[in-house]
Design a protein around this ligand. Structure first.
Ligand code: FAD
Length: 337
């Protein structure tokens, strides 16, 4: 365990921003994490846990300690004829976990294929895609409280998961470092293909099985989203807004073609990408930054941008959407600094 000074964070943020951390340190065990937390460096500086930085926007250098997990284990802790329970270290790359589970014939997270990032952040974000969220399989989260090094096990209920929401993004924001998650997967052939035309697309490629579902989702994602290795981005920049029924009906009478998803009798979800596109932002470039031409929800760094330039673009988009539709878009990406 070593504290590195003035460490580049370029490979720890998928926007590819050229920012630095005053200190950078990795933990490979719970004891190492406790040692880090009780160090003088940590007592004197702000602390930030990062995974792959695929949901982070650094506005400037981080004047504090960046902590990264090197906990890599995937351990079977319970198994029956029908299911398996795994404990997965926070430093495991999320998509490696999905591939591991598909190879073993374990169902439940195949729809979450190719989501960038690591397991630790998945529990903070409640990652989701194609009708599945982490909370659907998650049983527990093991974490350490930064203030006093106390280990706590959170049940799924404790985590208060919602759409890209959790207690770790609200009341407990910045207070815990994740060690591992515990998930329960099924050995039975259960698939969730109800999202849009997913079943049709899977069938077009072959029969319904874990490998084909995973491959189909990877193919769809690769056709729609820019690969951060080619062009800096953090996936969906904004959350899809949920509006009340009265607001939705007002919008629908003004824009009869408005796309929407039923949430409940009182609420409707509207794709943020559509709102942004209607404001003329899709494919627009402003200096080094812009809105991806194939997906208006993705803001991109064409190279050499600063975090502030990306934030300024986001603020302009927010202002335009608010002015046209009376909806305040909320960023999904975490602003740091
Ligand atoms: C091309 C692209 C596509 C994407 N598609 C999706 C998608 O379909 N669905 C989806 O949900 N998300 C998506 N995302 C967003 C992103 O992949 C997820 O939010 C992911 O969980 C972030 O993981 P990370 O390891 O990069 O976390 P980071 O971005 O590094 O961190 C995210 C948050 O978690 C905290 N954190 C990270 N590790 C720990 C830890 N060990 N302990 C405590 N806190 C921690 C950070 O402080 C921060 O608040 C996409 C991103 C990209 C670039």
């Amino acid at each position: 365990m070593k504290f590195y000074q003035h460490q580049s964070l370029k490979k720890y943020n998928t926007f590819g921003l050229d920012v630095y951390a005053m200190y950078f340190v990795e933990y490979g065990s719970e004891d190492e994490l406790l040692e880090i937390l009780s160090s003088e460096v940590v007592s004197k500086n702000p602390l930030l846990a990062v995974g792959q930085g695929s949901n982070l926007l650094f506005l400037k250098d981080f004047d504090g300690v960046v902590v990264h997990s090197a906990l890599k284990g995937i351990t079977r802790i319970e198994e029956t004829e029908d299911s398996v329970v795994l404990e997965v270290g926070s430093g495991v790359v999320w998509d490696d976990l999905v591939e591991h589970c598909v190879q073993h014939g374990w169902h439940g997270i195949e729809n979450l294929s190719l989501i960038p990032g690591e397991v630790g952040a998945s529990a903070i974000q409640n990652i989701g895609a194609y009708g599945v969220e982490l909370k659907d399989v998650l049983q527990k989260v093991k974490a350490v409280r930064i203030a006093d090094g106390e280990t706590k096990i959170f049940t799924c209920e404790d985590c208060r998961y919602g759409y890209r929401e959790s207690i770790f993004k609200k009341e407990l924001k910045g207070q815990y470092i994740i060690l591992s998650i515990i998930i329960k997967l099924s050995k039975k052939q259960v698939f969730n293909l109800t999202y849009h035309h997913l079943e049709k697309e899977v069938l077009q490629r072959g029969e319904i099985n874990l490998r084909n579902v995973r491959d189909t989702i990877i193919a769809i994602r690769e056709s729609k989203l820019p690969n951060p290795k080619d062009i800096g981005n953090a996936g969906s920049f904004f959350m899809n807004p949920v509006v009340n029924r009265k607001k939705f009906e007002d919008l629908r009478s003004a824009y009869p073609q408005i796309p929407h998803y039923f949430i409940s009798d009182t609420q409707e979800k509207i794709p943020a990408a559509w709102l942004i596109e209607q404001c003329g932002w899709k494919g627009k470039r402003v200096g080094n930054v812009g809105v991806y031409a194939h997906q208006a929800l993705v803001l991109v760094n064409y190279g050499g941008a600063s975090g502030q330039e990306i934030a300024d673009l986001a603020y302009q988009i927010q202002a335009d959407v608010d002015a046209k539709f009376g909806i305040k878009l909320i960023p999904e990406v975490n602003f740091i600094g």
